[in-house]
Write a protein that binds this ligand. Structure first.
Ligand SMILES: Nc1ncnc2c1ncn2[C@@H]1O[C@H](COP(=O)(O)OP(=O)(O)OP(=O)(O)O)[C@@H](O)[C@H]1O
Ligand SMILES: [Zn+2]
Length: 638
């Protein structure tokens, strides 16, 4: 520690995220004597954080996490006799309540004030952004993530090691629309449907994948008129009877008429289990009895782990519809994009549990308790405090190595360490492996040219900017140039006229097969070259573009028609591109419905292995990476 003490005093540390890992990390930093520490976090403290984010107490609920975490860290630090920062210009556990992507506050020059950045984040999108800023500021980044019992810690140093985006990220689970809309076979399919129904009933209906344009569609579903067109006006303070009449007709359309229509069309001929429509009126009789006797069924509080009956689901759905139309505050803004499903919003989760269970029961699919449904809907893998503590401890050990040996030695001395659930052959739970060199094909750290394949005749600039450049490639504020002509700059009104245009019709010759584009983002200090390949996709293809990889070979002709009720175990987006990573925040895609992967541990490395639906998203260590398996008996500091 003697060698380290002066190095600790002269170092400035930026911690991003003060949740599960962040609290552990800050406690370690304060206890180790670091004083020049600043913390960014956008969130406020929730009751559910208290079991593991131990710097927070009940009285802190609702306060910004970073402020409370910094105050607690200052207290720990003061027990070691520290009362201020030892590095001029850097705060003494100074909180920054905000989004790390907010460039007006956290630009490259903000990052440059720090010796090392430590990530304690929970999503890929923010991690990518920090990766880019650290590369731009030329500061080492110590990454960490956990998923239940599994965790990983690694160090990223521009030019020496792989960056966070050198390898593609694991794909999200994607479910074909037809599975969700017509042929569910697993609880998750019904839960995804329930989330989409929530949007259709209370949010921006057109954004729901259950939405159909009744004028344009040849054969619209029977529920559009009763569910969407007949939505009540909350401002009219609808009566109990009108709410009931809306609820009965909407639910009847969804659970009776539409199912019977599909049955009459022989849609389920040959299916192992033919769906059986519900009799909503009959189910409502029981619901009404409960209201009249003022004896609600135990669907709340201690009922979270029980499975609701059809009658209870129906009662719940009607109660929620009534609540939505009669309570001005929940949800906040009816019929707008703001009314999004949120697993932590009790009302929307009750809705999804009830709606999905009624549907599951129709298709003879196992029904779920509120608790289980919440887990599936939010794809929650319970956080394990011990794993957070272990990876945060490893992060600080890596930090010590960097301070002791210097940034130039990172690749040689630092490790990528897996925290495992089962012992390795040598009986270890922690498995360190060597850091590997950057992937030469990485467009983020190696500036490699990226091939983008898409249909230039049917895709417009808006889709390219939003779905590809922002969501898929994580640009914050892209500027697009064809040759020397600028055709788009984020936030600049003069380029908005280009947004609805098809790529081929854009100025400067348009974007066509072979066009070379430059994409620049000053906020991330990135500039890449995109090589366009015109490619036609099938309408039902889950993805209408491919980012990265080599130039695609022509598509083989399509095999026999895909079975309608084909259930994919784990579809992927076909993204094998080096340096291309999946956007984990694009769960509003028009064509596909995605369950956002819990992207902590598995976000650091891609594993090519068979996964089943039961997989918890955890990753097993790769046997051979770079120099091969490199199992050590201990995590040494030097
Ligand atoms: N873009 C971002 N900018 C700043 N902070 C972020 C950003 N994205 C995530 N965070 C923060 O990273 C922390 C991650 O911590 P953690 O995984 O424990 O999340 P949590 O939301 O507290 O827990 P859980 O997801 O289990 O409820 C959170 O406090 C979150 O606010
Ligand atoms: Zn890279």
């Amino acid at each position: 520690m003697d060698v380290l003490s002066p190095l600790i005093s002269s170092s400035s540390i930026l911690v991003i995220g003060s949740g599960g890992i962040g609290c552990e990390l800050l406690k370690n930093l304060a206890g180790s004597g670091f004083t020049a520490v600043e913390v960014i976090d956008l969130d406020t403290i929730d009751v559910s954080n208290l079991n593991r984010q131990f710097l927070f107490r009940g009285e802190h609920v609702g306060l910004p996490k970073c402020e409370v975490a910094c105050a607690a860290s200052r207290k720990i630090s003061s027990t070691l006799g520290h009362t201020s920062s030892s590095v001029p210009g850097v705060g003494f556990y100074k909180p920054h309540h905000g989004n790390v992507k907010d460039n007006s506050r956290f630009s490259t020059s903000f990052f440059k004030r720090f010796t090392v950045v430590l990530n304690a984040l929970d999503n890929v999108s923010a991690r990518r952004h920090v990766n880019r800023l650290c590369l731009s500021a030329d500061i080492p980044l110590i990454e960490a993530g956990t998923t239940g019992y599994l965790g990983q810690t690694t160090v990223i140093a521009g030019k020496q090691t792989e960056c966070y985006e050198c390898q593609p990220k694991p794909t999200q689970k994607v479910y074909p629309i037809c599975t969700i809309r017509s042929t569910p076979s697993m609880p998750v399919h019904c839960i995804v449907w329930g989330k989409e129904l929530y949007k259709l009933m209370f949010g921006d209906a057109t954004a729901s994948m259950l939405f159909e344009d009744t004028v344009e569609s040849d054969e619209p579903s029977t529920f559009m008129e009763p569910v969407v067109d007949s939505r009540l006006k909350p401002t009219d303070s609808p009566s109990f009877d009108s709410i009931k009449s809306y609820a009965v007709s909407a639910l009847t359309a969804l659970y009776t008429t539409e199912i019977n229509k599909q049955l009459s069309m022989d849609r389920y001929k040959g299916a192992a289990k033919v769906p059986v429509a519900k009799d909503i009126e009959a189910l409502m009789v029981k619901a009404e009895e409960w209201w009249k006797s003022n004896e609600p069924p135990s669907t709340k509080d201690n009922g979270e782990k029980i499975i609701w009956t059809d009658e209870q689901c129906c009662h719940e759905l009607f109660s929620i519809i009534k609540e939505v139309y009669t309570t001005s505050t929940s949800p906040p803004a009816l019929f707008t994009a703001a009314t999004e499903f949120d697993k932590d919003n009790h009302l929307s989760m009750r809705f999804v549990t009830a709606a999905s269970n009624l549907r599951a029961s129709i298709f003879s699919i196992e029904t779920s308790s509120f608790y289980t449904a919440k887990g599936i809907a939010g794809n929650i893998i319970p956080a394990i405090a011990t794993t957070n503590a272990i990876v945060a401890g490893l992060q600080v050990l890596e930090l010590f190595k960097i301070l002791k040996h210097g940034v130039s030695k990172i690749k040689g001395v630092c490790k990528f360490t897996y925290c495992l659930r089962d012992k390795t052959r040598k009986g270890l739970f922690l498995q360190p492996t060597s850091l590997v060199s950057p992937n030469e094909k990485c467009y983020v750290c190696r500036n490699a040219r990226v091939v983008l394949s898409l249909n230039t005749e049917t895709t417009n600039l808006h889709t390219m900017i939003d779905d590809i450049l922002k969501k898929k490639m994580s640009f914050n504020s892209p500027i697009l140039q064809i040759g020397c002509s600028q055709i788009y700059e984020d936030g600049e009104e003069e380029y908005e006229v280009n947004l609805p245009k098809l790529l081929k019709d854009l100025p400067a010759g348009g974007i066509k097969d072979g066009t070379i584009l430059t994409v620049e983002d000053f906020e991330q200090d990135m500039e890449i070259t995109l090589e366009i390949v015109h490619m036609e996709f099938d309408e039902e293809d889950e993805n209408q573009f491919i980012v990265g990889g080599d130039k695609p070979k022509p598509k083989p002709s399509k095999p026999s028609e895909k079975e309608e009720d084909d259930v994919p175990g784990d579809d992927n987006l076909g993204d094998s591109a080096a340096g291309a990573a999946d956007a984990n925040d694009n769960n509003d895609d028009d064509d596909i419905v995605e369950i956002t992967e819990e992207d902590n541990a598995n976000s650091l490395r891609t594993r090519k292995r068979g996964r089943s639906e039961e997989d918890d998203g955890a990753v097993a260590p790769k046997k051979a990476r770079g120099g091969g398996e490199d199992e050590e008996a201990a995590i040494a500091i030097d």
